[in-house]
Design a protein. Structure first.
Length: 301
């Protein structure tokens, strides 16, 4: 007969190992972030010496001051917010509209659309046909090219369908008996009961769109329409001392000594912090829905 644990003595070897692993994972995740923050706030002499760990040395805000002198930073913020909110909103609406009919047992096209969506999960058109399609639709170098192409994805549709199937059918049937059509059932009953699902995929959509840069590289030519990630990419790949002077006007700013300049690495790190801050800020508001929504596909297929 197994002995019961006494109250207050439930700490075991498993708990110790689990806590140790979690602490290690936390350190692995937090150290690079703290190092980036510290580097962005440090003076050029200490950055050049490679002496920065998780604490700033020769503390200065000059890198952030110089970055915010760049007008493309604010344009990138504006564009990224527009693309992220627009593409996520359209994705949630059109995915819901595509998934809901697949939960109706007597829907005539249910089998066809299920097979059609499944095929798209295994075969893609490729970059060149996609580019030709975008060009034929006259979406090149427009905001729509960053918003519309991801409106419906087969994987998302199937997860939405799975979640909708778990909503009690009695609620839908009673609404239909009261005269509600399918759109009313979807928007007045199904979607309000799917807040965990919508919040989870809203987070996925916002993060995916915010981090997107490849589509902008391929489809956008006007720098005024670049998202923030493209601005970050330009900083990371092409920034040197000359670029700092020409791009953000840092010039010979005296930092930590006469004639000292803002270190290019500090500029890079400050742009990274500015870029990732919005996502870090909104994530806690979605956290309460995330744990439930992320397991949606594990209940029913």
């Amino acid at each position: 007969m197994k002995k019961k644990r006494r109250a207050g003595t439930g700490f075991s070897l498993y708990d110790a190992i689990n806590i140790s692993i979690m602490i290690l994972v936390m350190v692995v995740i937090l150290y690079p972030i703290l190092n980036i923050i510290a580097t962005s706030l440090s003076g050029p002499r200490h950055i050049a010496a490679g002496s920065i760990t998780i604490w700033p040395r020769g503390f200065t805000w000059q890198a952030y001051v110089d970055v915010f002198k760049d007008p493309f930073i604010f344009k990138g913020y504006r564009n990224s917010i527009l693309y992220a909110v627009g593409s996520t909103g359209i994705m949630l609406i059109f995915t819901s509209l595509m998934a809901y009919p697949l939960t109706i047992s007597d829907f005539a096209g249910k089998k066809f659309f299920t097979i059609f969506l499944t095929v798209t999960m295994f075969f893609g058109g490729g970059l060149i046909p996609t580019y030709l399609l975008i060009r034929s639709l006259h979406m090149l170098d427009t905001a729509w090219v960053m918003i519309l192409p991801g409106a419906v994805g087969a994987y998302n549709v199937f997860l939405f369908r799975t979640f909708f199937l778990n909503i009690p059918s009695e609620l839908k049937e009673s609404a239909v008996m009261d005269g509600a059509n399918d759109l009313v059932v979807l928007f007045r009953i199904v979607l309000p009961l799917s807040k965990a699902l919508l919040a989870t995929f809203a987070l996925f959509g916002l993060v995916g769109s915010w981090n997107s840069w490849f589509e902008a590289l391929i489809y956008l030519n006007n720098q005024n329409k670049y998202p923030l990630q493209m601005i970050l990419r330009n900083y990371l790949f092409s920034l040197d001392t000359t670029a700092i002077q020409g791009r953000v006007g840092a010039g010979n700013v005296a930092v930590n000594g006469p004639g000292a300049m803002v270190d290019p690495k500090a500029i890079r790190m400050s742009v990274i912090i500015i870029t990732m801050f919005p996502i870090m800020a909104i994530y806690p508001f979605f956290q309460k829905y995330f744990n439930k929504g992320v397991f949606v596909g594990a209940i029913k297929g």
